[in-house]
Design a protein around this ligand. Structure first.
Ligand SMILES: Nc1ncnc2c1ncn2[C@@H]1O[C@H](COP(=O)(O)OP(=O)(O)OP(=O)(O)O)[C@@H](O)[C@H]1O
Length: 237
């Protein structure tokens, strides 16, 4: 369960998140949507405890994300936009290295995940020789080494081909069906529609909309938008 109350973020005098309030239930898969510069990455970093808000609070399963960072981090896997692994090491060496840092991790559990995610046959390749899609998968699997309940992903499918995107979206759906809470930012409406059960829509730091996919669709029927992408566009205005 994730709760934000009166959450704001300022960089200097610029307010990039404005008094946000929302409540995300356990097990939801939430699409974080909005134009460039809307504040998506900033919000995700604050929820992941990488950055502090300027005012307001975030609670993750009752823990104050600012005051109880260490405990909060145990519950969260954060996947940054950039691929944050060692390119000169193999995928297996990366998993072992980051696995040691994540004390809860066991080789057996990440091997099982690698098999499910069709990465097992590539484990002995240097990361720089993996396809873009497999690099992205590795980035996600590393964030999950400590088996967090919540996964926060910032545009995890940028720059990869369509079939790799589909694979990642399907793998994340599987995680959702295992009960993980997922926050997922993307500019790809089709991907968002397939994966997410609800949406946080931001514009210029304001929370314009937070609700279920069904509510987005209802909005679309009112505005007579032709498809999901158009409806998201209508909401952002
Ligand atoms: N460290 C920083 N210092 C100053 N301004 C920042 C910093 N990080 C982000 N910003 C500004 O905050 C605003 C929100 O940025 P953010 O990266 O959160 O947007 P975004 O919705 O993720 O955009 P995109 O879709 O392009 O990734 C932007 O105007 C950005 O320039």
């Amino acid at each position: 369960m994730i709760t934000a109350e009166n959450l704001t973020k300022k960089f200097g005098r610029k307010e990039v998140l404005k008094e946000m309030d929302f409540f995300i239930e356990k097990g939801e898969t939430v699409g974080v949507v909005g134009p460039n510069g809307a504040g998506k990455s900033t919000l995700l970093k604050i929820l992941a405890t990488i950055m502090n808000g300027t005012s307001g609070t975030v609670h993750i399963d009752g823990l104050d994300a600012k005051k109880e960072k260490k405990k909060t981090r145990e519950k969260i896997g954060y996947v940054p936009q950039e691929i944050a692994v060692y390119h000169e090491l193999t995928a297996r060496e990366n998993l072992r290295f980051f696995g040691k840092l994540a004390r809860k991790s066991s080789e057996e559990s990440w091997m099982r995940r690698c098999e499910e995610w069709r990465l097992a046959e590539h484990l002995d390749k240097k990361v720089k020789h993996l396809s873009g899609g497999n690099q992205r998968k590795l980035n996600i699997l590393i964030a999950m080494l400590h088996d967090p309940d919540i996964l926060i992903l910032d545009e995890p499918t940028v720059g990869i081909d369509i079939s790799a995107k589909h694979e990642i979206v399907n793998d994340l759906r599987q995680l959702g069906s295992e009960g993980k809470t997922i926050l997922y930012s993307s500019h790809d409406a089709q991907e968002l529609e397939t994966l997410c059960s609800s949406f946080l829509i931001l514009k210029e730091g304001e929370l314009l909309f937070y609700g279920s996919k069904q509510k987005v669709r209802q909005f679309g029927s009112v505005t007579q938008s032709k498809n999901f992408a158009e409806t998201l566009g209508e909401i952002v205005g």
